[in-house]
Ligand binder design. Structure first.
Ligand code: ADP
Ligand code: ADP
Length: 229
């Protein structure tokens, strides 16, 4: 479970301005693909299409052989966890924030996800636990704690696919290293797509693609790409 295939995928937010110009990708179950490239290249757009925030304008995206345009949205989203760069939390409880988008998650699932994100103990130490309100009118969480809530949200329902969209790039280097370690554990046994802008952060990827102006400019292993410079 967790095979991803992009076949000649084309997309533009506006009809007259193409953003992705024919993307072909195959990510084998359990493997890790890294997408690098300059800002504006279309990296996050790839993640948004996979999660069906938008529909492709040409080509198709298959998950486990099924065209996602024909899948039930709920089924697709339960199979994919996304961690964005900046997580904005709702003025509600920590439990609500972890379960956001996954209505019907059980308390046991929420706790498991929080454990996977290494934030369960912190939450348990709060006097109101998972019922603690966060955000402007509640407990202020640090940037790292917010990202851990996002990781827990992504891990809910134990998805076979994980997308990390510059998940740690807004953090200070120490917090980044801590959350990176948590993410490395979370990646085990899942198909992972990591979006990054530096080659140095993705040494363990099975394949790296360099995206430029909505096209794949280079692809290969980390070593091969470093050699080319
Ligand atoms: P990257 O992640 O590589 O920085 P993005 O995928 O975020 O690039 O964006 C690719 C291009 O699409 C950029 O030119 C950006 O301005 C544009 N873009 C992103 N989101 C939207 C949107 N919601 N509406 C219109 N254009 C967008
Ligand atoms: P960005 O464009 O910065 O990546 P989004 O606004 O697309 O952020 O999503 C923010 C967060 O909300 C992400 O963690 C995403 O996984 C989550 N999210 C949004 N909608 C859903 C949904 N329907 N199901 C699960 N998670 C969702």
């Amino acid at each position: 479970r967790g095979e991803i295939r992009f076949e000649n995928v084309r997309f533009g937010y506006d009809a007259d301005r193409p953003i992705l110009n024919g993307i072909d990708l195959v990510v084998a179950p359990g493997s890790k693909l890294a997408i690098v490239g300059p800002s504006g290249a279309g990296k996050s757009t790839i993640a948004r299409l996979l999660f069906r925030f938008y529909d492709v304008t040409g080509g198709r995206i298959l998950v486990d052989g099924q065209d996602i345009a024909k899948a039930r949205q709920e089924t697709l989203r339960a199979a994919i966890g996304i961690v964005p760069q900046d997580t904005v939390l709702f003025n509600d409880t920590i439990g609500y924030n972890i379960a956001y988008g996954r209505e019907g998650a059980s308390e046991a699932e929420i706790r498991e996800a929080a454990k996977g994100a290494a934030i369960h103990s912190f939450i348990e130490s709060l006097s109101e636990g998972y019922a603690t309100r966060v955000g402007e009118r509640g407990l202020k969480l640090s940037g790292g704690e917010k990202q851990r809530v996002a990781v827990a949200r992504a891990l809910l329902k134990d998805p076979p696919i994980l997308i990390l969209d510059e998940a740690t790039s807004a953090l200070d280097s120490r917090t980044e290293a801590e959350i990176q370690a948590t993410l490395e554990r979370a990646e085990q046994g899942r198909t992972t797509i990591v979006i990054a802008h530096r080659l140095s952060t993705i040494v363990d990827a099975d394949e790296i693609v360099v995206l430029d102006h909505g096209r794949i400019a280079e692809r290969g292993s980390h070593a091969a790409l470093l050699e080319q410079g």
